[in-house]
Design a binder for this molecule. Structure first.
Ligand SMILES: Nc1nc2c(ncn2[C@@H]2O[C@H](COP(=O)(O)OP(=O)(O)OP(=O)(O)O)[C@@H](O)[C@H]2O)c(=O)[nH]1
Length: 339
């Protein structure tokens, strides 16, 4: 099958009331003709959110309402995806893009894995990105009380912070600092009542092996849809430190030995893959002009050479995981460097 026929899917996650439906409604109201299918996962038997979505001629809403997509109805998700593909094949449905809105309590990990493990789905539906919406008013409490909240943030390629109109700057700094500690790889955007251009959260190609990797240095404020401003994080360290069980680990070195880093990555994934939500590395290999890119979700990992380094040859690996023995792993990573 040509890549033209591959359907991109965006997973929209975020705790209860974070603003997922609001963001989707903004998209549907400002839809420029792209045909969007939305899979809505309801927790409970009545499809409330489906009714709240303002569908239009370019959208198709499919509801899954027998439980939470990450546990009891994972089979139902697979079935719904096969069903969708059949409708596309028989010409009953035209779809350019798929969005899966999870319940507020869903763990994104098994959902993401559905897109790798079912053969037909893996071939025909391409994960575009995992987007998390975060309620700036309630997130600190939610993180303290619900483990799944950190998993949703840790898994995300991009974080959309909602309801910042209801908090002061000090609270916002605390929230940003905690989000950044959990996931330093994802860029953070603020959105007021879902008003964000769709390019900010759709079509990111985040699961492709590509060169983009950085530790984010700030966040984006969307004053209105046209004016998006980048702001650096505050230079003052927050007085509070967090105790989330998912955090970002950053490994850095200069040039690495290919055999040693290969063995390190293999051992890392084998030993800690279950605890590694997402990881990405852009690595400088001795005698190799191009960047070696490594990208993974738990034990599913891909390697490829990307474009050549332009200036400084530097290796960066970011792992978002659950309580890893960082100091020991850092020593092992550093020992793969060329001396
Ligand atoms: N003040 C303010 N309210 C917002 C913002 N974004 C969303 N809301 C409100 O927050 C409430 C919850 O938003 P929803 O979009 O229903 O949230 P959800 O994530 O779909 O909720 P669940 O389906 O229950 O998980 C609604 O009353 C929205 O109007 C925002 O940026 N500012």
């Amino acid at each position: 099958m040509s890549t033209k026929n591959v359907l991109p899917v965006t997973i929209l996650t975020g705790f209860l009331g974070a603003g997922k439906t609001t963001l989707l409604n903004y998209l549907l109201e400002h839809n420029d003709g792209e045909k969007v299918a939305i899979i809505e996962n309801e927790f409970g038997s009545v499809g409330v959110d489906g009714a709240l979505l303002k569908g239009n001629a370019n959208s198709e809403v499919i509801e899954l309402s027998n439980g939470c997509v990450c546990c009891s109805i994972r089979g139902e998700l697979t079935e719904a995806l096969h069903d969708l593909l059949r409708k596309i094949d028989t010409g009953k449905l035209q779809v350019d893009r798929l969005i899966l809105e999870t319940t507020g309590v869903a763990d994104p990990s098994p959902i993401v894995q559905t897109f790798f493990f079912d053969e037909e789905i893996a071939e025909r539906i391409m994960l575009d990105a995992v987007i998390v919406l975060v309620d700036a008013i309630h997130v600190l409490k939610q993180l303290d009380e619900h483990r799944v909240c950190a998993a949703q943030i840790g898994f995300a390629d991009r974080i959309i912070l909602t309801k910042t109109d209801q908090i002061d700057d000090a609270q916002k700094e605390l929230v940003l600092s905690r989000l950044h500690t959990i996931n330093s790889k994802a860029e953070i955007f603020e959105a007021y009542k879902g008003a964000l251009p769709k390019e900010i959260w759709l079509g990111l190609d985040a699961f492709e092996i590509n060169d983009a990797l950085g530790v984010s240095q700030g966040f984006y404020q969307a004053k209105d849809v046209k004016h998006i401003q980048f702001k650096n994080f505050s230079t003052q360290k927050p007085s509070q430190s967090w105790n989330d069980d998912i955090i970002s680990y950053v490994f850095e070195a200069e040039e690495l030995d290919i055999k040693k880093i290969g063995a390190f990555m293999e051992e890392l994934v084998e030993e800690y893959g279950n605890d590694m939500l997402r990881y990405k590395g852009v690595l400088a290999i001795k005698d190799e002009p191009n960047r070696l890119i490594v990208q993974g979700v738990h034990k599913v990992v891909g390697f490829d050479y990307g474009s050549p380094f332009e200036q400084k040859r530097h290796s960066l690996l970011v792992v978002i995981g659950r309580k890893l023995p960082f100091e020991a792993l850092k020593q092992r990573f550093l020992s793969t460097a060329c001396v």
